[in-house]
Ligand binder design. Sequence first.
Ligand SMILES: Nc1ncnc2c1ncn2[C@@H]1O[C@H](COP(=O)(O)OP(=O)(O)OP(=O)(O)O)[C@@H](O)[C@H]1O
Ligand SMILES: [Mg+2]
Length: 343
Amino acid sequence: MEWLRQAHRAADRAKSLVSQLLSFSRKQLMEMCSIELNEVVQGMEKILRDTLREDIEIRLYLAEGATSIKADPAQVEQIIMNLAVNSQDAMVKPGCLTLETKEAYLDEEYARTHVGIVPGPYVLLSVSDTGIGMNKTVQSRIFEPFFTTKEKGKGTGLGLATVYGIVKQHKGWIWVYSEPGQGTTFKIYFPLEESGGDRSVPRPPTVMEKPPPPDLLNLDSLIAVVEDEESVRELASTLIQQLGYKTLSFSTPRECLEYFNGQTERPKMLLTDVVMPEMDGRELYRRLKEGTPNLKVLFMSGYTENVIAHHGVLEHGVTFLPKPFTLTQLAEKMQEAWGKRDT
Ligand SMILES: Nc1ncnc2c1ncn2[C@@H]1O[C@H](COP(=O)(O)OP(=O)(O)OP(=O)(O)O)[C@@H](O)[C@H]1O
Ligand SMILES: [Mg+2]
C-alpha cells in the first residue's frame, strides 16, 4: 500500500501548498481577535514536539507581562510552524529551537529610520535555531516568493513569503539575524493591543527625560564600535554621536586591537558585536582590558540574550543590547554599562 501512502502524502502536500498560496496572495479571510501571544506559543509547544524530529530540543522563554495582540491565531500558528520547519531543516545535527516572547517598544527615532513602522509598544516573538545559518546573499532573498536553496521537490520557497505576508497583514514587522554556522534568529514584532478604553499607553522615558547621572556623562568620552556589518556599524555610530559622544568604528576585532595598542588616549567604552568571524566579542574585550583595565563594555547581538547565554558566549550579568535597537534602548544600556563596576 506504499502507493496509497504516497498519494496521501502528495495530497497533503498539495493541500498545504494551496493554503499557503491562498494566505500568501492574501485571499484568505482573516479572523482577527484579541489573543495572548503567550497562549498561542504555549499551545504550539506540543504540536511542535509531535511534529519535529526528536533530536531537536524545544525551549520556551515567555514574557511575564501582557502579550495581547490583535491577530488571527491560526495565522500566528502558521508563522511559528513555517519558521520551526525551516529551523528543523537547518539543523542537520541535533539542535535547539528557542521560542521567546517579550515586550518591546519601537520609538519615534526608530520609526523614522525604518520605513513603515508605527512607533509604539509591540510584542516580540522570536524563533531561534542552532542550525547552519545563512550568508548575506541568501538572507537578502529569503522573503521572495519561490526563493529556496533546497533541492527540487524539497522546498517551494513559499514558507517565508507566507510568513512575511501574514506579518504585514498584522501590521507587524519581521527581522532576521543569521551567521553561517551560528544559527538563525527571526524576530517578529506585533503591535501590542492596549487594554481598556484608555489608548494612551505611557511611553517609556526617552533619553531627554532621563539624563544619565552627571558623573557618568562625560561627553568627551570616546566609544569604540566593533561590528562587521556595515549598516549596523554606521547606525550604532550615528546613534552614539546623537547622544553626544565621539565614536571610532572598526569592522573587525583585529583593527580595534591594533588601534588600542598604538594609542595612549583610548576609548572609555567598547560597544561590540558578540558573534564575529575571527574573534568573538568577549575575547576581544578580554584582550583590550589587559591594556585598558577601566574599559567598560556593552555587548550587542541579533541573537537573543537567552540564545547567546545558552551558547556560553557570554556570562550572565554582562550588559547586553539586543539588535535591532532604538536610540532610547542604546542610551539606557550605555548608562547601565557605565554604571557597572570593573570586574
Ligand atoms: N532557519 C533557517 N536557517 C537557515 N536557512 C533558512 C532558515 N529559514 C529559511 N532559510 C533559507 O531561506 C530559504 C527560503 O525559506 P522558505 O521557508 O521561504 O522556503 P523553503 O523552506 O525553501 O521551502 P518551503 O517553506 O516552501 O517548503 C530556505 O530555502 C533556506 O535557504
Ligand atoms: Mg520553509
